[in-house]
Design a protein around this ligand. Structure first.
Ligand SMILES: [Zn+2]
Ligand SMILES: [Zn+2]
Length: 342
């Protein structure tokens, strides 16, 4: 090969190397009309999908998840984490695997609602689909996403027993905790929750973990510490998101994966807005049952109408290795940049 050509080729390879080394971590909140589907893509291009939203006759949510994988340039989903076995978290999985392969399946173990025929059917389909590729997660386990530290802090109702690094301070607000009654859909209590660290940036997703179970992580001591970005638990419903939990985390940014008629009651906005250090709330949907002025600013809401007219726009976060992160509303291109806590 001529010397000059070799030099040019080497230069190209090196440029590609540099590009790969400086790539961002990206997270997409796919609109599932009040279901959950959060796609995480590591700088190396490895992917972790958290939940697969709803099953509909037209495979709406499977197609929306697939569209996000295409935007991210994925040929497969390396890992699927199913936080729990409710239809708004596992519904689109059978349709999704027909569109894009899934490498590995992770969950909390058998559903505690197996006596309910609908849950049993979804669970059976999951067990069959994940055969030989399934891993049951326990608190303290690590999810092997390359270049990113993802630690499970809650699974099957059990919390980590040791505080995360730098955490463990007593939580004074626990004295004011008012417990809720028993959860009517107890698989929510079993949700897998995790903290993701990328450089200084910290993100938390607890699935649909409920009000009483949140206390296991933050009372009497805060075992988690603080985070930068909080995916509001349970679509922003008031069955989760207790002040003891949210105020312990002190997120700078909250992203609510609500639907037009699910999540986002005024009481949850109130708790979020009283959280120390909170700068912004972003919403996947305008909460139509909540006064418009209680919702966040329209620029920061991905979808404004009813489900029937909804285009299913997602929110996206891009996290730089230096800890700067930018949230973008893919409806209007509106974005804001934040700095991870030191
Ligand atoms: Zn849910
Ligand atoms: Zn649920």
């Amino acid at each position: 090969m001529p010397k000059i050509l070799r030099a040019v080729l080497l230069g190209l390879v090196c440029a590609a190397c540099l590009l790969a080394a400086s790539r961002n971590l990206e997270i997409y909140w796919i609109d599932a009309e009040g279901g959950a589907a959060t796609l995480i893509v590591s700088p190396s291009g490895e992917s972790l999908l958290v939940d697969t939203a709803n099953r509909t006759p037209d495979d709406r949510d499977a197609k929306r998840i697939f569209a996000a994988t295409q935007q991210a340039g994925l040929h497969k989903i390396d890992m699927l984490l199913t936080t729990h076995f409710h239809s708004d978290h596992i519904g689109a999985m059978p349709a999704l695997v027909k569109l894009i392969p899934i490498g590995m399946y992770m969950d909390h173990g058998e559903s505690v609602e197996i006596a309910r025929p609908q849950v049993a059917a979804a669970y059976k389909a999951y067990v069959e689909q994940s055969a030989g590729k399934r891993r049951i997660l326990k608190a303290g386990d690590r999810i092997p996403l390359k270049g990113v530290d993802v630690e499970v802090i809650m699974s099957a109702g059990q919390a980590i027993t040791k505080a995360l690094k730098g955490a463990g301070a007593p939580n004074a607000s626990c004295a004011d905790f008012k417990p809720h009654g028993a959860e009517p859909d107890p698989d929510n209590d079993q949700s897998v929750g995790f903290v993701l660290k990328f450089g200084k940036f910290r993100f938390i997703d607890m699935g649909d973990l409920t009000w009483n179970y949140e206390q296991k992580l933050v009372c009497p001591a805060n075992l988690i510490g603080t985070v930068d970005l909080f995916q509001t638990s349970h679509h922003g419903l008031d069955r989760s998101n207790s002040p003891q939990f949210v105020w312990a985390l002190q997120p700078k940014v909250a992203i609510m994966n609500d639907g037009p008629r699910k999540g986002g009651p005024p009481s949850v906005f109130d708790i979020l807005r009283h959280s120390p250090g909170l700068e912004d709330i972003w919403q996947v949907h305008l909460a139509l049952g909540t006064p418009k002025e209680v919702n966040t600013g329209e620029d920061m809401i991905a979808n404004l109408g009813t489900s029937a007219e909804c285009k299913g726009i997602s929110l996206k976060v891009s996290v730089e290795p230096n800890g700067r992160y930018t949230v973008t509303n893919q409806r209007n291109g509106f974005s804001k940049t934040y700095q991870a806590k030191p």
